[in-house]
Design a protein around this ligand. Structure first.
Ligand code: CP3
Length: 345
């Protein structure tokens, strides 16, 4: 099928004269209009489950910047909640969840097909967006990858080194693997429903892939990603999939081929030159400007943006940050980044 939207063309392997652009966490606290809608919703989770307001915040960065893609406003931790986990957010600290640390805790979780009633408002947001986005804007759905979601379900919060998940893996492998399996199967159903509701691309966020070493990376980052992608490709062969095994380092090499991903998102711990030589040779890459430039701006932002665009200009590339934009970012720096990308080619 011949694609016309720039993101879909890049994902199909086309090298475009100017890379399409979007930004992780583009709907977020650095925008005054986001903070206003979030206040109206009351809190972050209420915003995620209010389809009208979630649609509104998803559209805000599109109105302001005309990004080439819009990412559904939701969170990777809504799936554990749909599986029966308690979830809440502590202001200034982040997520808290009831923990799964043994077979009895695992046994209380719901099944992979029991999630849809809870997630119905998210599918409604996707349907709203499919109706209201401008014609050139691609709608991206997403989920967390199983390892990353499991780290939160086991620890009950974000952790710097994912130690509780590594501990469960060494002390009770059957429970750990059953949890990875359940998340994998539920993620297939969740993403499949997002695609049926109108998501044109889906992305898997494996934010903590970097803490898996050697064989563990193959078993718990690569294999579940491959399983999700294979199942989705059977059901939805035309929907491109972006994988983001963050901080995978040299394990980015060959990741797209091994998993069937149409694009690999790259964090900013590796250079654009390394990415061009080692990852882009296999197809589309997304990334990888350091988010701190959205705070600091200036000539360094211009130089680094130009370097990334020029270095990745010989293959399919979607311009993005290496991780999400932070709440202290200056909205004007985002515009400077976009202007730089569009003028340096
Ligand atoms: O990118 C987008 O704009 C789409 C929406 C989106 C959010 N979270 C909204 C959000 C996406 C794709 C995510 C993914 C997500 N959520 C990840 C993977 C990507 C990554 O950042 O590594 C993870 C690990 C989470 C879990 C999560 N959600 C954490 C750890 C936090 C707290 C940290 C923080 O930034 O406050 C959240 C909250 C969250 N998710 C916010 C947003 C806009 C901030 C909530 C607020 O308004 O207070």
């Amino acid at each position: 099928m011949k694609q016309s939207k720039p993101i879909l063309r890049a994902l199909a392997g086309e090298t475009l004269p100017t890379p399409p652009i979007w930004m992780m966490r583009q709907a977020g606290r650095y925008l005054p209009e986001y903070r206003a809608t979030r206040a109206e919703a009351g809190d972050f989770l209420s915003l995620c489950y209010n389809s009208d307001l979630a649609t509104e915040v998803t559209l805000q960065p599109i109105r302001r910047y005309s990004f080439d893609a819009s990412i559904l406003f939701a969170d990777i931790l809504l799936l554990p909640q749909a599986l029966g986990v308690n979830l809440w957010f502590v202001t200034g600290e982040g997520p808290r969840l009831s923990t799964i640390t043994d077979a009895a805790g695992f046994a209380k979780l719901k099944g992979k097909d029991d999630i849809h009633e809870h997630l119905a408002p998210i599918y409604q947001t996707v349907r709203n967006l499919a109706q209201s986005l401008p014609g050139q804007t691609t709608l991206i759905g997403f989920a967390g990858a199983p390892w990353t979601v499991a780290t939160y379900m086991i620890a009950g919060r974000g952790t710097p080194d994912q130690a509780p998940a590594h501990l469960l893996k060494s002390e009770d492998l059957p429970v750990f693997e059953a949890l990875i399996d359940l998340i994998t199967e539920a993620t297939i159903e969740y993403l499949s429903q997002q695609i049926l509701a109108g998501a044109e691309v889906v992305k898997l966020f494996d934010s903590w892939a970097g803490s898996l070493r050697n064989n563990d990376f193959q078993k718990y980052a690569l294999a579940p990603t491959k399983r999700i992608i294979s199942a989705l490709k059977l059901r939805h062969p035309d929907t491109p999939i972006i994988a983001f095994p963050r901080e995978a380092g040299d394990k980015y090499i060959g990741f797209a081929k091994a998993t069937g991903a149409d694009c690999v998102a790259i964090d900013n711990s590796v250079s654009a030159e390394w990415t061009a030589q080692n990852v882009q040779v296999d197809g589309c890459v997304q990334g990888n400007l350091a988010s701190r430039h959205m705070v600091t701006g200036g000539q360094a932002l211009i130089d680094e943006t130009t370097e990334i665009v020029k270095t990745l200009a010989n293959g399919p590339h979607i311009f993005n940050l290496g991780h999400g934009i932070t709440p202290d970012a200056d909205p004007e720096n985002v515009q400077l980044m976009i202007d730089t990308v569009r003028s340096c080619t």
